[in-house]
Design a protein around this ligand. Structure first.
Ligand code: URA
Ligand code: SF4
Length: 486
């Protein structure tokens, strides 16, 4: 039997595999005639390359048979598996599709089909673990640069890297693994060779925060050690700082379950879809000092996926301030800086707000500051993320978080900064130009003052229009200061 060799490099490349498979089919080379080689591995005994096989013209011609999108998607996943047998397996399936078994994929009892699905499933599980267990560490001496070390079972780094690029778009990072690395410079992804564990920083201050956070949010009712070991295999534990806490948390779980049940009677739990990926330092700090119910909400909001805004954003930006604040300020949504830091009103609009509050004699540290929408909505223009107004559906989806904050803090007064916050609280029919600068009353009797948004003031530039806009904001804040409730 004539033998041919086909090299797939990199070994998970769908394009490389398809090119070889097309050649094989066009030359009528049967599955058992091909030696599949991965990457750059070479052997002196390699059969001649498949590219040299003469075309036979059968089996669908040079273009190969038409295969379904489902087959290509399955192949793309299967190729990421480390099993060397995946390459002949896929070719065998393709060969069968091309030779009269077009519907083979829809036969769940077929051994090849079963094997392919099992491999794809293992790859999906591995990808899921990578998304959940990668922990970035700060690179010492560099601003905003992070490195993570991760040991996947399969060739999934290229496949999962775009997820991290979306999730952590605002920072520069590298994910190193033994056979492949991914880099994000803030605007583009690239891949590199494998690395060593020692290439990634060993520890940083974030880990302490993560530990604090983990202890404060740990949900003992979900504790099921077997499940936990399955979901977080011991091999990952050594890279997870919170793992150091597990023995103590497991020991204390009984008492904490009782405490939690007592609390739940007061604050009904909302369902969380998934645990947050990486809590910000701000989340860790705030969760530590807030009363439980607000801390719990902050934690749940960190995993919120009720609308589409969570995905491209870095993190949920929950409200911040004393849990017994008398006044709550509500903005529209976090901006670029807020998205990166996890804290509301820390960017340019926040600076302007600080100035106006100062002039009105209001101490920011006495206020609870939050937003109508908790994720940053933006459009990417080159390297810049440009603010995009949230739609009604986002405000609607996010309203229960805001309502929860109001319920817990119970302020006497809320201040709506801009039309988005005003319509979130006073209804979509609220006419901003008529109601601005005036007191209104919410359903529960809380009074509400509506004023302009500091970003609107900033957008006026720096001429007389900007001064006038600033005076509007200041006048309303003075009204707030002067009208303080007895
Ligand atoms: N604009 C807002 O509405 N909220 C912020 O947190 C920052 C800017
Ligand atoms: Fe959830 Fe609000 Fe974020 Fe939408 S914007 S995902 S509702 S927290």
């Amino acid at each position: 039997m004539l033998r041919w060799s086909a090299r797939i490099d990199p070994p998970w490349s769908l394009d490389a595999w398809r090119a070889a498979a097309r050649l094989g089919l066009a030359a009528g080379v049967a599955p058992e005639q091909i030696d599949w080689l991965e990457g750059t591995d070479a052997s002196l005994l390699d059969a001649p390359a498949l590219a040299g096989a003469p075309m036979s013209g059968d089996a669908g011609g040079a273009a190969g048979p038409r295969v379904s999108k489902a087959f290509l998607e399955l192949a793309a996943s299967v190729l990421c598996h480390r099993d060397p047998q995946r390459l002949p397996l896929l070719y065998r399936l393709l060969w069968r599709i091309a030779h009269g078994q077009r519907e083979v994929l829809s036969n769940p009892a077929d051994a090849d089909v079963q094997r392919a699905h099992a491999l794809a499933q293992a790859v999906r599980r591995d990808a899921h673990k990578m998304k959940a267990f990668v922990r970035f560490r700060e690179v010492p001496g560099e601003d905003d640069a992070f490195i993570a070390w991760f040991e996947p079972d399969h060739h999934i780094v290229d496949r999962v890297a775009p997820f991290f690029a979306r999730r952590f778009a605002g920072m520069r990072w590298a994910i190193l693994s033994p056979s492949r690395s991914a880099y994000w410079d803030g605007s583009s992804l690239s891949a590199g060779p494998g690395a060593q564990r020692s290439d990634a920083p060993a520890d940083d201050s974030r880990e302490e925060l993560w530990r604090t956070y983990y202890a404060s949010i740990f949900n003992p009712a979900r504790l099921n050690e077997r499940m936990m070991r399955q979901e977080m295999p011991v091999k990952y534990w050594k890279h997870l700082p919170e793992a150091a806490l597990l023995p103590r948390l497991v020991r204390d779980a009984g008492t904490r379950v009782e405490e939690m049940h007592a609390r739940e009677a007061v604050a009904p739990q909302r369902r969380i879809p998934e645990a947050p990926l990486l809590p910000s330092a701000a989340a860790a700090r705030a969760a530590d000092t807030l009363p439980d119910s607000l801390a719990l909400q902050r934690h749940r909001a960190a995993a919120c996926r009720r609308c589409a805004l969570w995905e491209p954003a870095t993190q949920t930006v929950f409200g911040e301030g004393p849990a017994d604040a008398r006044v709550m300020l509500i903005g529209e949504q976090p901006g670029d800086r807020e998205d990166l830091s996890g804290r509301p009103f820390v960017g340019p609009a926040g600076k302007l707000l600080d100035r106006a509050l100062g002039e009105a004699g209001i101490d920011r540290s006495t206020l609870y500051l939050t937003n109508a929408v908790k994720h940053f909505r933006f459009q990417r223009r080159g390297k810049v993320r440009v603010h995009q107004r949230p739609d009604r559906e986002h405000v609607q989806a996010c309203r229960s978080w805001l309502a929860g904050e109001i319920e817990q803090v119970r302020p006497d007064t809320v201040v709506c900064l801009g039309a988005t916050a005003a319509s979130a609280l006073l209804g979509a029919s609220f006419r901003f130009s008529e109601g601005r600068g005036q007191w209104h009353t919410l359903h529960d009797g809380t009074r509400a003052l509506v004023t302009v948004h500091p970003s609107w003031v900033l957008r006026q530039g720096d001429g007389p229009a900007a001064d006038a806009a600033y005076q509007v904001l200041l006048a309303d804040l003075l009204k707030l200061a002067g009208d303080a409730r007895p």
